[in-house]
Design a protein around this ligand. Structure first.
Ligand code: SAM
Length: 231
């Protein structure tokens, strides 16, 4: 299957295993991942965020319930909310999440904004778990015709060492533990890692008392609601 499907399947498998109640997808684009996640009835709140409202609007009505879902509602209602907003802004409605996904998002941020993003995500939103995926620059020589970045909108692409340094820094600063994995295996036994590298972060329970999220003085909303449905 194409790489984006493998990344989304990774998230779906995580959701099946950990059954998060509130999931926030940052950089949700056309909500393709959210459309897959809405079938998991343990999830009660699904939130999608993208800076580009046009890309969200393309297919957002596909998140509406099917008639059968009205006729046979689950035990608990599912709320879906889509917002236009930037992931470097603090938004109270993203707090209290069990899982935040950032699939192929971070490399679209100007490098100077990455630190702020890390603080908003791990320090302010402070979810129980985070999944981050980003291109692995070590893999690029294996991609035909790839000189430079994989996409013109990428501001940077990290090697495994660079990604892992960032992730380990974040863990130290905000009290998380991380496992590294990925999707898209190299042919043969080339030691280049996965095509998409991923970090799966969990809040470190043993340190959680000292990391209760950053101060809430600026708890005004910054996102704009584009769509919401409850069923
Ligand atoms: N996550 C999707 C997926 O799995 O297929 C698509 C990711 S797409 C490559 C990157 C998305 O990040 C774009 O839709 C873009 O508009 C969004 N984005 C870029 N900068 C952002 C920001 N500061 N805040 C929110 N979204 C942003």
């Amino acid at each position: 299957p194409p790489l984006y499907m493998q990344r989304h399947q990774f998230v779906v498998d995580f959701v099946k295993k950990h059954q998060p109640k509130k999931v926030v997808d940052l950089g949700c684009a056309d909500c393709r991942l959210l459309r897959k996640l809405k079938y998991h009835r343990d999830t009660e709140v699904l939130v999608g965020v993208d800076i580009n409202s046009a890309v969200i609007r393309q297919k957002m009505y596909a998140l509406a319930p099917f008639p059968s879902e009205y006729l046979q509602p689950g035990d608990k209602p599912l709320t879906i909310e889509l917002y236009q907003g930037s992931v470097i802004e603090k938004e109270p409605r993203t707090k209290g999440s069990d899982l935040v996904t950032c699939i192929e998002l971070i490399e679209h941020l100007p490098f100077a904004e990455v630190e702020r993003f890390s603080e908003v995500l791990f320090g302010y939103m402070a979810p129980a778990a985070v999944i981050v995926s980003t291109p692995n620059a070590d893999f690029n020589p294996l991609l035909p015709g790839c000189s430079g970045f994989r996409h013109i909108d990428h501001k940077f692409e990290w090697t495994r060492a660079e990604f892992q340094n960032w992730a380990l820094d974040v863990c130290r600063l905000y009290g998380y533990v991380v496992e590294f994995t990925g999707v898209g295996k190299a042919p043969c036994n080339e030691n280049v890692g996965f095509c998409s590298q991923m970090g799966v972060f969990h809040k470190d329970i043993s340190r959680s008392n000292s990391f209760l999220g950053t101060e809430n003085k600026d708890d005004t909303t910054s996102y704009r609601l584009l769509y919401s449905v409850v069923y």
